[in-house]
Design a protein around this ligand. Structure first.
Ligand SMILES: Cc1cc2nc3c(=O)[nH]c(=O)nc-3n(C[C@H](O)[C@H](O)[C@H](O)COP(=O)(O)OP(=O)(O)OC[C@H]3O[C@@H](n4cnc5c(N)ncnc54)[C@H](O)[C@@H]3O)c2cc1C
Length: 321
C-alpha cells in the first residue's frame, strides 16, 4: 500500500474547487509519504475534465466512464473500492462535502480502512498519515493516526488546502470499472440554485454583524438601517439565520461565509462561539459590543465595549439625525 488516490468532484460539467484542493493537499505530503498521486474522475464524459485535473503533483488521471453526469453515491463507492483494490493506495481522499460524506465512510468500512472526516491539516510522521480535525464542537483539535491500518480514507475540509497553480504532466488512463450491480439504486432529481443574493460576505471590506443579542426580529430593521448608514455589509450569527430572520448569505462563520476580505468587523450582541470566530477572527480590526464582559468575542476583539447594543444604537442614531 503506497501512494494517494483522489476521488474527483465535479458538478454540471465543471470540476469543483475541492478537487484541486485535494490535489494540493496530496502534493504537499507526496515526498514524505511516497508513492504516486492518482486522481479518479467518474462521469459520463470524464475525458472532458482530465486536463483540469492534470495539476502539479499528479502522476496519473484515471477516467472512469459511467452512465450519467451526476453524482451517485453507490457508483462512487463502488469505483473507489475497485480502484482502491487494484492500485492499492495507502490513502484515499474525498472532499468533506455533501457528495464525499455520502460515500467516503462506506468506502472506509468496505476496505477496513482508518477513517476521519472534516480534516483540515495533513501530515506524515514516520511514514504514517497524521490527520488533524476538530472535536467537542470545534473546541479542541485532534491529531489522528491510524495504527495497524494499511489504508486510510479521509474527507478533507473545503477552502483549506491550496490548489496547485502549475499544470502537471500526468498520464491519462481509461479504467473500465463494472458498476452494473449498483447502477440505478439512486436517482438524481434536479439541481436547485441558491436564491440570488445582493450581499457577499467573502468580498465585503466592512461588516457589521448582529447576533442573538438583538433579542427579537422586530429589532432587526433598526440594525440593518444602521449598517446601511455606516456603509457596512450586514452580517449575522447563525441563530439569526436559523430563526429565519435573515437569509443564509448573511451568515458569518464555519457553516456560513468567511469574511475573507474584511478590514473592519463590528460584532453586536454576538457571544463569539468558535464557529462564528472561524469566519471573522482573522480580521485586522474587530469591534465587539456585548453586555457580558466574559463573552469569548472579547478574546479576538481589537476593541471591546461592554454595553447594551440598544444604547449604542440610540447613540449612533442621535449622531446621524
Ligand atoms: C457545526 C456547527 C456550525 C456552526 N456554524 C456557525 C456559523 O457559521 N456561524 C455562527 O455564528 N454560529 C455557528 N454555529 C453556532 C455557534 O455555536 C453559536 O451557537 C452561535 O454563533 C451563537 O450565536 P450568537 O452569538 O448570536 O448567540 P449567543 O451565543 O446566544 O450570544 C448572544 C450574545 O449577545 C449578548 N447580548 C444579549 N443581549 C445583549 C444586549 N442587549 N447588548 C449587547 N449584548 C447582548 C449576550 O451576552 C451573548 O454573548 C455553529 C454551530 C455548530 C455546532
Amino acid at each position: 500500500m503506497s501512494g494517494i488516490l483522489i476521488i474527483a468532484e465535479h458538478i454540471q460539467g465543471a470540476l469543483r474547487d475541492i478537487t484541486g484542493e485535494m490535489i494540493g493537499a496530496a502534493a504537499s505530503i507526496k515526498e514524505a509519504y511516497g508513492g504516486p498521486v492518482n486522481v479518479a474522475i467518474i462521469s459520463d464524459n470524464p475525458e472532458s475534465l482530465s486536463e483540469d485535473t492534470n495539476l502539479a503533483g499528479v502522476d496519473e488521471v484515471f477516467t472512469v466512464k459511467v452512465s450519467g453526469p451526476d453524482f451517485d453515491a453507490a457508483v462512487y463507492e463502488e469505483v473507489a473500492c475497485q480502484i482502491g483494490a487494484e492500485t492499492k493506495p495507502g490513502l484515499i481522499l474525498f472532499g468533506h462535502t455533501v457528495n464525499g460524506m455520502a460515500c467516503s465512510s462506506a468506502v472506509a468500512a468496505r476496505l477496513g480502512a482508518g477513517y476521519a472526516s472534516d480534516v483540515f491539516e495533513l501530515g506524515v510522521e514516520a511514514s504514517e498519515i497524521v490527520a488533524t480535525r476538530s472535536a467537542y464542537g470545534n473546541k479542541v483539535n485532534l491529531e489522528m493516526v491510524f495504527p495497524g491500518k494499511g489504508i486510510v480514507v479521509l474527507g478533507l475540509r473545503g477552502a483549506t488546502f491550496l490548489i496547485p497553480e502549475e499544470k502537471g504532466s500526468a498520464a491519462i488512463t481509461s479504467k473500465d470499472i463494472d458498476v452494473s450491480a449498483v447502477t440505478g439504486t439512486m436517482t438524481h432529481v434536479e439541481y436547485q440554485e441558491a436564491p440570488p443574493s445582493d450581499i457577499d460576505i467573502s468580498k465585503a471590506d466592512f461588516i457589521m454583524s448582529i447576533g442573538r443579542g438583538i433579542q427579537d426580529k422586530e429589532n432587526l430593521p433598526r440594525f440593518e438601517e444602521l449598517a446601511k448608514r455606516l456603509g457596512a455589509t450586514f452580517g449575522c450569527s447563525r441563530p439569526i439565520v436559523d430563526s429565519g430572520w435573515l437569509p443564509k448569505p448573511h451568515q458569518v462563520g464555519q457553516s456560513g461565509k468567511v469574511a475573507s476580505n474584511c478590514k473592519l468587523y463590528i460584532a453586536l450582541g454576538i457571544s463569539g462561539a468558535v464557529q462564528h470566530q472561524f469566519g471573522m477572527k482573522h480580521v485586522d480590526t474587530i469591534i465587539a459590543v456585548n453586555t457580558d464582559p466574559e463573552a469569548p468575542i472579547f478574546n479576538v476583539a481589537t476593541y471591546g465595549v461592554t454595553m447594551d447594543i440598544f444604547e449604542l444604537a440610540d447613540a449612533l442614531e442621535r449622531q446621524f439625525n
